[in-house]
Design a protein around this ligand. Structure first.
Ligand code: ATP
Ligand code: MG
Length: 352
């Protein structure tokens, strides 16, 4: 039985969890991030923790540095090499293990990118235009005109996921519409070119307890919107950023995500860092107001991230090691992509 990614009830995720625990070998994970800046708390609680957990459960995992995606909303990828390196440092710091997880860069995998052409033929312009996440990103874009790359990037993501036949994608809420595009493409490709056995799985999303953590301005925490606390920030910078976080005019602190999103996101942050229930955390702060809430969240974040930050600093001294991780990861991803492209060519009757 397949769960639909929009089906995010506790029951559905409980069922997915059971299936994974029961047979981790049946799953293959792909996730990734665009190297548009340093990874932040939204990434950590939205997807990185699940990636590490799945890796540690023995699920075969791929992590993609989506370097072409940087160009969706800007003309030049400023200082791309150091952003890519920084992303790999963040991965290692949180516990992604390059011996068990394939870490690779999108632009280096020619056969993956070649999947884009047949995949583009399987979706309509109207379908692409309806994508709410693309609309939101266009609204926040630094460019005055929408590039073809921006408009079509959910299709690139389909190639990113399907090149390795991943069937499980631990992501944040904003990725659900994209995952739906991937599922549609997999389904249409199979029914058009490989109706009997099918080539591609329809991947499932895995959401965390924090599918859309808010940033200091009250919008989704994002690398490119200047509202993030980065994993690599130090304790003082974290305190400064959280002191400036948006709250609301009600003094008493409660946990009510639907009506008090900013306050609730800070409560959730403190709760996630300490492994506590957010209602309990809010109750304890209560009349202490926003000042105590921010102090509590800052202390919790700094304590939780201290070992991660220390590991990141240690790995930062080993640049040769980081480069080698990408070299080995790219070789492995290329081999997988070549195999999949071979199957696609056979199915499309284009192997000459
Ligand atoms: P950009 O601003 O460049 O789009 P971003 O911060 O949105 O960067 P992405 O690289 O687009 O980060 O997203 C990588 C992964 O992290 C995706 O799975 C996304 O859903 C997840 N993610 C990003 N921001 C958050 C957040 N605030 N809360 C939960 N998950 C998030
Ligand atoms: Mg994003």
């Amino acid at each position: 039985m397949q769960n639909h990614p929009e089906n995010t009830t506790a029951e559905a995720s409980g069922n997915l969890e059971q299936r994974i625990q029961g047979n981790p070998g049946r799953f293959r994970v792909l996730t990734g991030d665009s190297p548009t800046g340093r990874l932040h708390l939204g990434h950590y609680f939205g997807t990185l923790q699940n990636r590490v957990r799945l890796q540690d459960l023995g699920v075969e995992s791929f992590v993609l540095v989506a370097d072409y995606q940087v160009l969706t909303d800007r003309n030049v990828a400023e200082d791309l090499a150091s952003s890519v390196e920084g992303l790999v440092l963040d991965y290692l710091a949180v516990g992604i293990d390059s011996d068990r997880t394939t870490i690779f860069t999108h632009s280096a995998i020619a056969a993956l990118n070649q999947l884009l052409l047949p995949f583009l033929s399987l979706v309509s312009v109207a379908e692409l235009g309806r994508n709410p996440t693309v609309k939101d990103e266009i609204a926040h874009s630094r460019q005055s005109a929408v590039s073809g790359l921006m408009f079509t990037y959910p299709v690139h993501q389909a190639a990113d996921i399907l090149f390795c036949k991943a069937n499980l994608v631990p992501v944040g809420q904003d990725q659900l519409p994209h995952l739906e595009v991937t599922r549609t493409i997999a389904r249409r490709f199979n029914s058009r070119y490989a109706p009997e056995a099918g080539i591609f799985p329809e991947p499932e999303a895995m959401l965390s307890a924090a599918p859309s953590l808010l940033g200091t301005d009250g919008g989704k925490m994002s690398k490119s919107r200047g509202n993030a606390v980065a994993l690599a920030d130090d304790a003082d910078e974290t305190a400064r950023l959280l002191r400036g976080a948006k709250t609301d005019s009600i003094r008493h602190i409660t946990y009510e995500p639907a009506t008090r999103p900013e306050v609730s996101s800070l409560v959730l942050l403190a709760a996630l860092c300490t492994g506590r229930d957010p209602h309990e955390v809010a109750e304890e702060i209560g009349a202490g107001g926003a000042g105590v809430l921010k102090k509590t969240a800052t202390e919790a974040v700094n304590e939780h991230l201290a070992p991660i930050r220390a590991r990141r600093n240690a790995y930062a001294q080993e640049r040769g090691f980081i480069r080698n991780i990408l070299k080995v990861g790219n070789e492995r991803a290329n081999a997988v992509a070549e195999m999949t492209l071979g199957e696609v060519r056979t199915a499309m009757k284009t192997s000459y």
